[in-house]
Design a protein around this ligand. Structure first.
Ligand code: AGP
Length: 604
């Protein structure tokens, strides 16, 4: 969600900015822009839609020699996705890019309007540049004006600002939204929202802390902390090679990522299983000392993982577990006790709501753990312990392999806690370890299965909605199936516990209401089957997914007979992912970058 890049140096500034923005495309955006200050002159370009539109606009623009440049991909929050609302936002002599939300922008804007400032956009960001120029009138020092401006902003932000009044400088500030800076061998400075644009450009980077602000010039990187104390950068090494994801013949990244699940889950398991034990280098048994309860907090798909985890923790580890949607948790004055382990789950490690809950838990003195896919992300840096899911870069906005690896980690983690609490017999632990080794095979996509789903998908392009239903841990999988379909097909879909249908939702049942029923053989089969029969009796159109032939369904996707319900879970996960994918493709949607969505939701 919104991506920022910046560069100060001698190289081809335009190219560096555009390449950097390309690396941030996966975050989701609806417009983009750049501004370059060179030889005392600004050049700025903005375009709505994909980056290719911005490339087209800048095709006759060349940058040579020393320049300061900033770029941005915008995911609209205040004001529609138009060129005027795209960043960089402009004042008289300055340009700014911003990721986040300025919460007090209305008050600042009101004052500025009263003073005669003319606003061109509907964005909250525009106040930053005008406020800066207002402050600059009272001081000859651009940094003082910038510092004053930052102190007047409330909310979340990562900001880069360039100004004619201090030409060879980029000013920066970070609070709540991610940003890092890198320096190359020639002492040139780079900025970005995540490390991917900087890989290959710089070998070392400094991740800014919340409250950091400062500036870079040709020779200096000056950082102040939120207490206005000058601080030294803390550099960490970046990998040398970009692991940039390519589609490799698949139609969409999402499709490729579904197919990759088998190998990434194998990576997730790597080194974490012995014959008789689950091992986590990241943890030790002492970490769980005094822990009586686990609280899981996340958003979206990661929240569905949390729900899955709660079934596993309570069933296997026999530990009390609760699950919270992060955006709710952070404002509901929750009671927190120190015998609770606070676990956040996030593919990106940057989701604003989840990050905030982690900070709240830390402040309350709870032990914290993050299950995350991105090393060095904000959550990984803040939590006491981190377990990386090793899914590799996930480009599709609709999460697939990240979910698969998260659930795998929690299966292992529940056994790990069971080892500590001795809540399962050694024999049961060994049995489940053997099952875990079969997960990569259970998510392997068979051609025949994919073909069948592709053919079936044409019958599910209309109707007035979908119910995804399942029992027990298949309920969060039903929620996840419905979310996948909603995200990329824009069709209405809901996930329900199968047993809940008769308490209201069944009123909607008719032939145009499609029910996707998860019917595992090894978990509550008869109960779930009865619930589906109730829907079938009301003429709902049923697509059953099960290894057991079910003749009351209109459509039937037969999965393999497996020895444990978790292996059925993983296979059915692939089925619902493929079904959403094929429906979305038939509807002609942008599968990887669905409308209105962003990969990394860094605003609340
Ligand atoms: C998944 O398909 C979604 N795009 C979304 O729900 C996502 O899972 C959510 O925004 C949380 O993201 P995170 O895992 O990066 O924290």
């Amino acid at each position: 969600m919104c991506g920022i890049v910046g560069y100060l140096g001698q190289k081809n500034t335009k190219e560096i900015l555009l390449n950097g923005l390309k690396e941030l495309e996966y975050r989701g955006y609806d417009s983009a822009g750049i501004a370059v200050l060179s030889d005392g002159e600004f050049s700025s370009f903005k375009a709505v839609g994909k980056l290719i539109n911005l490339e087209e606009k800048t095709k006759n623009f060349t940058t040579e020699g020393f320049a300061a440049g900033i770029g941005h991909t915008r995911w609209a929050t205040h004001g529609k996705p138009t060129e005027l609302n795209a960043h960089p936002q402009v004042g008289h002599n300055s340009y700014v890019v911003h990721n986040g939300i300025i919460e007090n922008y209305a008050e600042l804007k009101k004052e500025l309007l009263e003073e005669g400032v003319v606003f061109l956009s509907q964005t909250d960001t525009e106040v930053i540049v005008h406020q800066f120029e207002k402050n600059l009138q009272n001081t000859s020092n651009a940094f003082e004006a910038f510092k004053q401006t930052i102190s007047e902003l409330q909310g979340a932000y990562a900001i880069l600002l360039i100004t004619k009044s201090e030409e060879k400088t980029i000013f920066f500030a970070k609070n709540g939204s991610p940003m890092l800076t890198g320096i190359n061998a020639e002492n040139e400075k780079y900025f970005a929202s995540s490390d991917t644009p900087l890989i290959g450009e710089c070998s070392e980077v400094n991740y800014f802390e919340d409250g950091d602000y400062g500036y870079v010039t040709q020779n200096d990187l000056v950082i102040y902390s939120k207490n206005n104390v000058k601080k030294e950068p803390s550099f960490t090494k970046l990998p040398i090679n970009k692991l940039s994801a390519q589609k490799e013949g698949y139609r969409f990244f999402m499709e490729k990522e579904i197919y990759e699940q088998s190998s990434v889950i194998a990576d997730t398991l790597l080194g974490r299983l012995s014959e008789n034990k689950v091992l986590f280098d990241e943890l030790d048994y002492n970490f769980f000392e005094g822990i009586k309860e686990i609280k899981l907090c996340a958003c979206g798909t990661s929240y569905h993982t949390a729900l899955c985890a709660s079934y596993m923790f309570e069933r296997d580890a026999k530990i009390k577990t609760s699950v919270e949607v992060a955006s709710e948790f952070r404002y509901r004055s929750p009671i927190m006790s120190k015998d609770t382990l606070f676990v956040v789950i996030s593919q990106s490690g940057e989701t604003a709501d989840t990050l905030e809950t982690l900070k709240i838990a830390k402040k309350a003195g709870l032990k914290t753990l993050v299950i995350c896919n991105v090393d060095n992300s904000s959550m990984v840096r803040i939590a006491d312990r981190a377990i990386l899911t090793r899914a590799g870069i996930e480009k599709g906005v609709a999460s697939t392999k990240a979910f698969a690896t998260q659930v795998t980690v929690f299966w292992m983690l529940s056994l790990y806690v069971a080892q500590i609490k001795k809540s399962l017999s050694q024999q049961e632990i060994e049995k489940q370890i053997a099952l875990l080794r079969n997960v990569p095979a259970s998510v392997h996509v068979e051609d025949t299965m994919h073909e069948r789903i592709k053919r079936l998908s044409k019958r599910y392009l209309h109707g007035h909605g979908f119910f995804f239903i399942g029992r027990d841990i298949f309920f969060p999988l039903a929620l996840e199936g419905a979310l996948k379909l909603k995200e990329i097909s824009y069709l209405h879909a809901e996930g329900y516990p199968s047993g809940e249908m008769k308490h209201g939702p069944i009123a909607l049942a008719d032939p145009e209401l499609f029910t996707i029923a998860l019917l595992p053989q090894n978990l509550l089969y008869e109960k779930a089957k009865s619930n589906v029969e109730e829907l079938s009796a009301r003429d709902s159109t049923i697509c059953a997914i099960s290894p057991v032939i079910f003749d009351k369904a209109d459509d039937f996707i037969q999965t393999q007979v497996r020895e444990h319900y978790m292996l059925e879970f993983f296979e059915m996960m692939v089925v619902v992912q493929l079904l959403s994918l094929e429906i979305s493709i038939r509807l002609g949607n942008d599968v990887d970058m669905p409308r209105n969505l962003a990969k990394s939701v860094t605003v609340e």
